[in-house]
Design a binder for this molecule. Structure first.
Ligand code: THU
Length: 131
């Protein structure tokens, strides 16, 4: 059994760096690699909106760009600035990026409101009939 609490804590720390002056929706993610390393990420917005990168993809791209290709789980935390964290699910683009690198039935997506309150999905749950 994975230590989801630790991964969630790491996602909350990453959320501190969220650059979200346009949506004011702050997201953090922590990606656990099969070798035990963790890459975190936050959402990074842009005045042109389109170049915005989600927290999940930030974490994936950091990891892949440093040679990691095998992943166990990702914790995701998010919510509007100044409010209690809400359930935050990965967008379609991030799900597709996960599909590139992760086994759909093994990879765990942990959506958390706190270290104790979280829901766990497989990638298959969130992206059935994938490309
Ligand atoms: N966002 C993420 O970073 N991850 C998600 O799972 C959902 C959405 C970001 C993108 C944008 O900066 C803000 O949240 C509002 O959509």
């Amino acid at each position: 059994m994975l230590d989801y609490g630790k991964l969630i804590r790491c996602a909350f720390q990453a959320r501190e760096f969220s650059y979200s002056p346009y949506s004011h929706f702050r997201v953090g993610a922590a990606l656990l690699c099969k070798d035990g390393t963790v890459y975190d990420g936050c959402n990074i917005e842009n005045r042109a909106y389109g170049p915005t990168n989600c927290a999940e993809r930030t974490a994936f791209f950091k990891a892949v760009s440093e040679g990691r290709r095998e992943f166990e789980a990702i914790a995701i935390v998010g919510g509007a600035e100044g409010e209690e964290p809400d359930w935050c699910y990965p967008c379609g683009v991030c799900r597709q990026v996960m599909a590139e690198f992760c086994d759909a039935d093994d990879f765990r997506i942990v959506c958390a409101k706190s270290e104790r309150e979280y829901k766990v999905y497989t990638l298959r749950d969130l992206l059935p009939e994938m490309f």
